[in-house]
Each structure stands twice: as structure tokens, then as C-alpha cells.
Ligand binder design. Structure first.
Ligand SMILES: [Zn+2]
Length: 456
């Protein structure tokens, strides 16, 4: 049900309220209340019987009048809902507006909005007014909402025509914070707390370098997030904006990430020390794959004996693109024994990554060439000693294989000097705002909508 937000509707509510009050004053006194009788008796001195009749007549007339006015007031505002397949004209005629007037109204609407874009479920609020001279009832105003904070109002003018205008509600930007504990997944926990979907998506992205959402989440973990949003004066959310800070507490250890705009104007997330969340290397250099075999000792599926598995396997269909885990230089690109089609990339700080069983190599992947993180270096296949399509992925540190799932990758970016100083300043402002919003779902106004967000 729409809240009272248009002048017409609020007015109507007021009329209803005062009518209620009037009715209380005028309507029949209960039998044991004799005051009205003696008052009338003092003025007219009629017989008891005449008095009784007069009172009854008056009361019934008053009751009738009150009922009539009250009904008119109740009927004056009508909300009609668009059903599937309805046009605006259907809805207006169903509400009792004649065809000619309906056409006039639609002509007026077309000046500001295409009425064909109305969708089923959308509501039109109609305010009727009675012509005091002719007793005719007209549509005085029609309003409908396009989105929170944006509506169309159509008003009848003195000469009986209609004018439409778009109304954009005044909005402001505010910060809001949500906290919650996790029992099964971050998605379930944020949904329960009422966190918008977009914010969940952003949280998953920003934490994905540090958190394995399938394996790291345990009952008793917690999340917290503070973000910007634009709201109308009556508190309705027009849009959800950027995350300022978010934290996840996994098995008791918190990881808090702050949004910060770097010297190049890019907004990214940093931990408390000013280290970028993006890592020099990706743990999962492939999209949409599932981990089918972990790092460590295992029974080899082909050789049949126990053997060290020096990488991890991701099951994915042949042809799925494989990305460079980080910036680097191609060190090997060849058919390499049991590895089949094989690519190895040398990265900074003594790291290398290797990709095996590829069906084919990526374009321009040649030994000595530079590659960027997430550039396609090849495609999933089952070449070499392999039982089915998968990517075998290895991370090497100083030429020794390490577990890609547990190795601590270096940050791709570490803030330094004046940028780090600026980050610390921004971090303490954020921390102060975050602390002020310590109660779940509380808000703090941070300024008018039009003023640029600090992060954009
Ligand atoms: Zn493998």
C-alpha cells in the first residue's frame, strides 16, 4: 500500500480525520447521557414527546449527512492496479472514468511518460473531486510511481483539461551499515539481514582473493558492511551505491577491507595496512570450474600408485579459457611429457605458474612474451597423461611446487608515501563513521545527492 506522499492524498487523510472527530461530537449520546435533552429543553421548552421526536429527527439527519460526507471522502481516493495485458485506458475506464476524459488524461501523460511502459502490478492513485455546482464528480488528480522517488502527476485544470508533470522527490545520500552472523553462507546471512543483492555481489568480489566461499565459511562467522545509498525524504531507497568498508570474521579472525581511490582515480579495496586486495596471482585461473583434485599425496588415477599431486585440478569442459594467474613472461609453451600441452609463466618475487593438459594454446602465447593477469593463455583439454578434460594448475615458488590454495600470495599493490598517508586519513574517517553506525541498519546522512560521492 502506498504511503501518503502526494498532497492530494495527504489532504484526503486529513479530511477523514476531522470528519471522524466531528462524527464523535455529533453522533447519538448514549441513553444515560441526559445533558443534550436538558439543554434543548431550556431553549424551546417542548413536551417530552416532542423533544424526543425532534432529537431523533435531528440525529438521523445528522447521521445521514455525516455518512454521506464520510462516504464521499472515502471514495474520493481510489487506487487501481494495472493487470497483465491492461492499457492505461482499460484501467481508467474500469475506475469509472468516461472514454473522452480517459483520452484527455492519456494525451497529457504522453507528454512526460509513455503509458505503454506501465507494467502489471503498478498502481495508479486517483483522486476524485465533486463539482459543488453540478454535483458531477471528476478525476482531480492521478499519480503513479515510476521508481522510488520518481512519479507522474496528472492534474485537472480549471478549464477541465489535464496537465501531466514528472515529480522527482528530493533525495539525499547516506551511509548505512549492516551486521550479521553467518550460519550457512554469506548469501543467506546478508539476505536475512536485508542487505541488497548488489552489495552481496560486491562483497563476494572484494573478498574472493582472500576467502574461499565454499570452504572457509563456518557457523559462527560474521560479516559487516557499510555502504552509501540514495534515499528519499521519507526514507525510501532510490539507489544503492558503493561499499565504503566491509569485514568478514572467519573462525574468529577479522579481515576488514576499505574502499580507496588511488592516485590514478581507480577505486579499489585495501586491507588496514594499505595493501590492495588484488593479488599478484589468482588461485583459480579459470571461470566456473570446480576443484576436482587437491594438492598433496593421492592415488594416481592412471599410474595406480600413491604419488604426490603437485598442483590442483579444475574440472571444466574442453575449450574453457584458461587465464594467466598474474602478470609475467611466458617461460615454456610446448608439449611437455605427461603434462601434454603446457604453459609456464614466470612472475615477480620468485613465483611461477604452470598450466597443463591444454587442448590448445592462446593467441600470441610464445616463449619470451609478456602476459597480463587474466589474459587467455590456453584452453582446457585432456592432452598428455589425463583421464578427462581438466586444467592441472601449479604454483611454483623458487622452482618448488606449493599449494595454490593455501600459499599467501603477495599483494599486487601496496600503497606508499603520500598515497599511503592519504589512505590512512580516509581509513580513520571511515572507521569513525563505521563506529557511529554501530547499530544494525542505522543510517547517517552524508550529503545531497548531486554532490559527488567521495569515491566516484
Ligand atoms: Zn593434476
Amino acid at each position: 500500500m502506498a504511503k501518503a506522499k502526494w498532497p492530494g492524498l495527504s489532504l484526503c487523510v486529513c479530511v477523514g480525520a476531522s470528519l471522524g472527530a466531528a462524527a464523535t461530537l455529533l453522533l447519538p449520546a448514549s441513553p444515560d447521557q441526559t445533558k443534550p435533552k436538558s439543554f434543548l429543553a431550556a431553549v424551546f421548552t417542548p413536551s417530552e414527546e416532542e423533544l424526543q421526536t425532534a432529537i431523533e429527527n435531528d440525529l438521523s439527519n445528522i447521521q445521514l449527512a455525516v455518512r454521506r460526507v464520510a462516504t464521499a471522502a472515502l471514495d474520493a481516493t481510489k487506487t487501481v492496479t494495472i493487470r497483465a495485458g491492461d492499457t492505461m485506458s482499460d484501467v481508467l475506464q474500469r475506475a469509472g472514468i468516461d472514454r473522452g476524459v480517459t483520452l484527455n488524461i492519456i494525451e497529457a501523460v504522453k507528454q512526460v511518460y509513455n503509458p505503454r511502459r506501465l507494467q502489471s502490478g503498478q498502481a495508479l492513485t486517483l483522486n476524485f473531486i465533486d463539482d459543488p455546482h453540478t454535483d458531477d464528480r471528476h478525476l482531480g488528480e492521478m499519480t503513479f510511481e515510476l521508481s522510488p522517488g520518481e512519479s507522474v502527476a496528472v492534474e485537472r485544470t480549471d478549464d477541465g483539461t489535464y496537465n501531466a508533470r514528472k515529480i522527482v522527490a528530493e533525495t539525499h545520500r547516506e551511509l548505512t551499515r549492516y551486521d550479521g552472523s553467518i550460519s550457512s553462507s554469506l548469501a543467506a546471512a546478508t539476505a536475512e539481514a536485508g542487505v541488497p543483492h548488489k552489495i552481496l555481489d560486491d562483497m563476494v568480489k572484494m573478498f574472493s582473493y582472500d576467502v574461499d566461499f565454499q570452504r572457509d565459511i563456518q557457523e559462527g562467522d560474521a560479516f559487516s558492511v557499510m555502504f552509501e545509498r540514495v534515499v528519499t525524504a521519507d526514507g525510501r531507497v532510490v539507489s544503492t551505491g558503493a561499499i565504503r568498508v566491509a569485514s568478514m570474521t572467519l573462525s574468529g579472525s577479522p579481515l576488514k577491507l576499505y574502499a580507496f581511490k588511488d592516485a590514478d582515480g581507480n577505486v579499489d579495496f585495501y586491507n588496514e595496512k594499505g595493501e590492495g586486495v588484488r593479488k599478484a596471482l589468482l588461485r583459480t585461473p579459470i571461470n566456473g570450474a570446480r576443484l576436482t583434485s587437491g594438492f598433496g599425496m593421492r592415488q594416481h588415477p592412471i599410474l595406480g600408485y600413491s604419488k604426490m599431486h603437485e598442483g590442483i585440478d579444475f574440472g571444466a569442459p574442453t575449450g574453457t579459457p584458461v587465464f594467466a594467474a598474474g602478470d609475467g613472461v611466458i617461460e615454456k609453451r610446448e608439449i611437455f611429457g605427461g603434462y601434454g600441452n603446457y604453459v609456464r609463466i614466470r612472475h615477480s618475487s620468485g613465483y611461477a605458474t604452470a598450466y597443463a593438459h591444454l587442448s590448445r594454446f592462446g593467441q600470441n602465447i610464445q616463449v619470451g612474451k609478456r602476459v597480463r593477469q587474466e589474459q587467455i593463455i590456453g584452453y582446457v583439454g585432456t592432452t598428455g597423461r589425463s583421464t578427462g578434460a581438466h586444467l592441472h594448475y601449479e604454483v611454483l615458488r623458487d622452482a618448488r611446487q606449493v599449494n595454490p590454495m593455501t600459499v599467501k600470495f603477495p599483494s599486487s599493490e601496496k600503497l606508499e608515501g603520500t598515497t599511503l598517508a592519504r589512505f590512512k586519513e580516509s581509513r580513520s574517517t571511515t572507521d569513525r563513521q563505521y563506529a557511529e553506525l554501530a547499530h544494525p541498519s542505522s543510517v547517517a546522512m552524508i550529503g545531497p545527492t548531486r554532490e559527488d560521492s567521495a569515491l566516484r
